[in-house]
Ligand binder design. Sequence first.
Ligand code: FBP
Ligand code: AFP
Length: 312
Amino acid sequence: MTGSDPTVEAIFDAVAETAPAIRAALPGRRVESGTANPSGESVMAGDLYADELLADALTAVDGVGSFVSEERESAVDAGGAVGSGGGNGDGDGDGNGDDDAYAVAIDPLDGSSNLRSNNAMGTVVGVYNAPLPATGRDLVAAGYVLYGPITTMIVADESGVSEEVIEREPGGSDAGSVSRSVVDDDLTLPADPLVYGFGGRVPDWPDEFTAYAREIEDELKLRYGGAMVGDVNQVLTYGGIFAYPALVSAPAGKLRLSFEANPIAYIVERAGGAASNGDTPILDVEPEGVHDRVPLYVGNEELVERLEAALD
Ligand code: FBP
Ligand code: AFP
C-alpha cells in the first residue's frame, strides 16, 4: 500500500519483485566477495548480488532518474532529470514539472554480516525528490524489505506506513509472479514502549550515552540482532528505541545517512515516532557527501527526547 504516486508504487513493485530472487540466491553467497565498499567495509557476495539485481530493476522503472547504492561510489544515471517536481520522467519538456524524476537510494543488504550466522537482514530503500546528497526532508517515500522467517516489506509515504507480506505465487518463477499482501495498513508505534537495542561496544560508548543506556536497561527489554532493519522492526512492533550511537572511536557512528538513517527516520516519523542524531532530527541533517555516516537514535518520541537531553 502506498498513496497515489504511480512512480513510488512502481518502485516498491520492483523492490518486491526482486526480493524472492535475492532470498533464493543467499545460500551460495554467505562469503566475503574480496572487495570493499566506498565506506571501506568488506562486501559480502550477497551484497553484490542484491545490488546488481536492484540496480537492474530500479533503473528500468519510469520516473527513476538515478540509482544510488551504499555499495557504489557514484550514482547510476537512469535517464531522467532528478528534481523538485517528481513524476513520470517522460522528458516531454512541457514545463509542468513532470519531467522530473526521483533518485532511489539503496542499502541492498543491510545487516549482511548476519549472513554467516543465518540471522535477519534486509534491503533499505529511500525515494528522494532531489539529487543526492540531499536531506531526508527530500524523501517522498521510504521502506525496507525484512528477510526474517517471513519476507515482509514496510512502505511509508505521506499517507502513512504499511506492512506487506511478499511471496512468490505457487509455481511462479519470474518477477511477475510475486504478490504484495498488506497485513497492516496503518502501522503506528505502540504508545507503551517495551524494547531497546543499542549497537557498538559498551567501552566505546560516550559516558553520557552509557548513563542513558543504564536507565533504559531498567525500563525496557533488550532485543538486539545486529541488523538495523530487524532491530527497527522490533521497535515498530513493540515500541521502544534503537540506536547505533556516536562512538568514542567513531563520533559519526556507523550507519550511513542517505541509505540507512534517513529512510528509517522517515518511516518511524510517519509511524508517530522520532529520529535524531543526538541533537537534530535526522531528516534535517545536511549531508556533505552521499556516503556520510551519522549517529542514529530512533523510536518513541519520549525516549528520543530523553536521549537528546542526556547527551546535551
Ligand atoms: P551493513 O549495511 O554493512 O550491513 O552495516 C549496517 C549494520 O549491519 C546495521 O544493520 C547494524 O545495525 C549494524 O551495522 C551492526 O553493526 P555491528 O556489527 O557493529 O553491531
Ligand atoms: P520461544 O521458544 O517461546 O520462541 O522462546 C525462546 C526465545 O524466543 C529465544 O529464541 C530468545 O533468545 C528468547 O526467547 C527471547 O526472550 P525475550 O522475549 O525474553 O527477549
